[in-house]
Design a protein around this ligand. Structure first.
Ligand SMILES: C[S@@+](CC[C@H](N)C(=O)[O-])C[C@H]1O[C@@H](n2cnc3c(N)ncnc32)[C@H](O)[C@@H]1O
Length: 291
């Protein structure tokens, strides 16, 4: 990878900072994001009285600075998200995937994991759809776990507070009025909605993964910046937390194809994935012949 030419920031400092990001999170900085490194770090430089990223790299190398390291990693992560991102996926979840899961779960327990949830829009979008469909879920226990490595993102997600601009990105006016309360210039998810989601700071590469298996797993727009080996590791982790009937959803530009053999294309849900082991013997051949 190449870095921006040395202006106020040197290539060496950029390498140190992106190396730190990769070591802590597995994320590789895309060239576009490497260019924006100094912009992303500007507020942090100001807080710490540092003039540029060379100064920052020197501070990190100089003495143990775990808090500063954590803040640098947080600032460099791409937390881009929005409500009902890729709306057709949420429609498919609502109309096809959840009814299929409902038919499988005799115990009336629905478990969903939003892995790499950022500031929580994905998890709240699911909670909104489920609450809007309360009759169908009467008598069901619903657990939504949402995890992210970024402490800042999880804190914001847990607060349920979104700016006017964030609220406008993807939320229908009816849902905004029904499920959010005005809070100064912002909007806050109602206590009922917040109670539906458990947010937890968690690194997908750490040993303490969530417990048990999930019916629906979303890991969208997270794998994109991992190396192929790390993608396999994450997919293997997700597979360990999936039932045979579980559905995995990735981001629009992501796939499991060529990323190990834990998951394969779902035979029914376009863009969804199922554990390879869940398919009956011979089904994979039939599927690939069917194109
Ligand atoms: C671009 S956001 C995607 C948010 C949401 N899934 C969506 O599609 O809108 C990617 C998220 O993955 C998180 N992430 C990156 N590396 C991670 C890791 N090793 N463990 C857990 N989360 C990670 C980032 O902090 C970021 O919030």
């Amino acid at each position: 990878m190449s870095y921006p030419p040395a202006t106020s920031s040197s290539e060496g400092a950029a390498r140190i900072l992106s190396g730190l990001l990769e070591a802590r999170t597995g994320q590789i900085l895309s060239e576009a994001r490497a260019w924006r490194m100094e912009t992303a770090l500007r507020p942090l430089l100001k807080i710490h009285g540092l003039s540029d990223i060379d100064d920052l790299a020197a501070r990190l190398l100089g003495k143990g600075a775990p808090d500063l390291e954590r803040d640098v990693v947080d600032a460099l992560l791409n937390n881009e998200s929005s409500f009902f991102r890729d709306l057709q996926i949420f429609d498919m979840i609502h109309r096809q995937i959840l009814p299929a899961i409902q038919a499988k779960r005799q115990d009336r327990l629905l478990r969903i994991w939003s892995a790499g949830c950022s500031t929580g829009q994905e998890a709240y979008s699911l909670a909104i759809r489920l609450r809007n469909d309360a009759d169908r879920w009467h008598g069901w226990r619903i657990e939504i776990l949402a995890t992210d490595i970024s402490g800042t993102a999880i804190k914001q997600a847990r607060s349920g507070i979104f700016s006017q601009m964030d609220a406008q990105r993807g939320l229908a006016v009816g849902d905004l009025i029904k499920w959010f309360e005005p809070m100064g210039d912002n909007w806050r998810a109602s206590p009922e909605l917040r109670r539906m989601v458990q947010f937890r700071q968690d690194n997908l590469f750490d040993a303490h993964a969530p417990s048990g298996a999930y019916d629906l797993l979303l890991c969208r727009n997270v794998l994109l910046y991992f190396t192929p080996q790390r993608r396999k590791t994450v997919l293997a982790l997700l597979a360990r937390h999936a039932h045979d009937h579980s559905v995995l959803l990735l981001g629009a530009g992501e796939t499991v194809i060529g990323q190990g053999d834990d998951f394969t294309a779902h035979p029914e849900f376009r863009g969804g994935y199922i554990r390879q082991a869940a398919l009956p013997h011979g089904a994979i051949g039939r599927l690939s012949r069917a194109g």
